[in-house]
Design a binder for this molecule. Sequence first.
Ligand SMILES: *[C@@H]1O[C@H](CO)[C@@H](O)[C@H](O)[C@H]1NC(C)=O
Ligand SMILES: *[C@@H]1O[C@H](CO)[C@@H](O)[C@H](O)[C@H]1NC(C)=O
Length: 559
Amino acid sequence: MFTTRSLLLVSLIALALGKPMGSNMKLHESREGIPDGFSLRGPALPDRTLKLRIALVQSNVAELERKLMDVSTPSSANYGKHLSKVEVEQLVAPTHDSVDAVNAWLKESDINARPISPTGDWLSFEVPVRKANELFDADFSVYTHDETGKEAVRTLSYSIPAELQGHLDLVHPAITFPNFKGLRPIFSSQMKTAPQTLTCDVAITPACLQTLYHIPSSKASQPSNRLAVTGYIQQYANEDDLESFLDEFRPDTNSSTTFTTSTIDGGSNPQDPGEAGLEANLDIQYTVGVATGVPVEFVSVGDDVQDGGLEGFLDTVHYVLSESTVPNVMTTSYGQNENTMSRNLANNLCNAYMQLGARGTSVLFASGDGGVAGSQSASCRNFVPTFPSGCPYMTSVGATESIVSETAADFSSGGFSNYFAAPSYQTTAISAYLEKLGNTNSGKFNRTGRGFPDISTQGVRFAIFVGGQLGTVDGTSCSSPTLASIISLLNDRLIAAGKSPLGFLNPFLYSTGASALNDITSGSNPGCNTNGFPAKAGWDPVTGLGTPDFNKLLKAVGL
Ligand SMILES: *[C@@H]1O[C@H](CO)[C@@H](O)[C@H](O)[C@H]1NC(C)=O
Ligand SMILES: *[C@@H]1O[C@H](CO)[C@@H](O)[C@H](O)[C@H]1NC(C)=O
């Protein structure tokens, strides 16, 4: 799929033969026990085939981070000077030493691996369970997901040869359990029948958002200004539904306006009305329908990946990174709880979003719909941060409601990561909030973690068409595409004025951008038998810095 340096090097290396493997194994990753909701069924059959992926350590992530901040901070002389594909790849490609070490080990272990990322830092291969257990001192076993009855083969720990330390980042799937209920659309409720008369207090339409956030209805002019919408788990975007939506809610535009589709992992986008997906339709209708004239691309990720899980996120970001020109905005309304993933995997994916940001993409994700209880969890003692919202190199979008007096939506997930520390752009905002919060929720969240969401938009009672029916949905799933449209329209103006698109938004949002947002100071996000976090003046872990005002944002970006 990708041509890479590591692939070429495989054939060039002289090998040190005869060294017995497994003689000096070092524990690499482990988890404390079987995650809640799973039970051990028994050992996996020795001949059962496992599809494994391994990640090599990336060479210069610290320098990439420095460059990302440099090109994304408005006060920097290099603001907007995004990196090229080659520049980013040179910074993250594994070192020759790492490539050599891993290739030697693959060869010695008689494994045929193929690269699955543009820089060759991810490889995939198939091995029987017996061999996987030997290679990694692992105990791959069958675990059953209690609620769905679905099975997954996982291990609670694995080791790697000492000589691969510092070269091999992680093996997946190993200790990361699938979230069978995860990576699903972030909705707080199913579609409800829309009322007869659609005023903004009963249903949100593009016109309501245009009025509230001063979003222009005029047509964007820049054909290069691509907005990517990602879709997973057989969520298909229906063209007829989009046309009905535009007919009904954007009579001022050409109702045949549509989107392009890219597919990966065997993805598709069938158009049978019965296949129309709530999430995909919502995302497409509030991008094509709000980002007037902006080219929208639907990236449909298929089921060639195991467990419909995080492999989909990995493959999406690698697909986008492999393009010579990246989309200026990418919006995703899927996610899962941070604690279901290994730290190494969370870090690795987060670094991939860093690469996208450095290339100039604004990476947006919905923050989740379980309040402080996270993406889907029902019971919890401590608050559950969601992924990838805890990653400091993307923008997490929460939800508000009510047009007359915007207030936090009570499902809007927010809080503090346990995996990622607060980034420098955010520390002042977090300290100010924690001071106001006092002892509330003390001990239930990590005071040093990256706080999320960063920003929010309306997310309750969005009118959409699905399978020919008009209905309304709630969720941060409504908010991320709405913000994506606003950022895309800003980018359109910036590009038309000969400037760079905004790219990674947070350093801007937390500095010169903050005053262009409507501060939301009421509401909270209950969960885990608490009232959650209260929204307050300034940043808060319910609504972030607030909701966008297009006119003020235009001024803030210098237009
Ligand atoms: C409306 O959009 C469609 C699809 O892009 C295009 O074929 C058609 O010519 C457009 N109609 C008008 C009146 O611009
Ligand atoms: C709290 O967050 C930090 C990162 O800021 C992390 O290193 C630490 O492990 C977290 N603590 C817990 C208990 O998860």
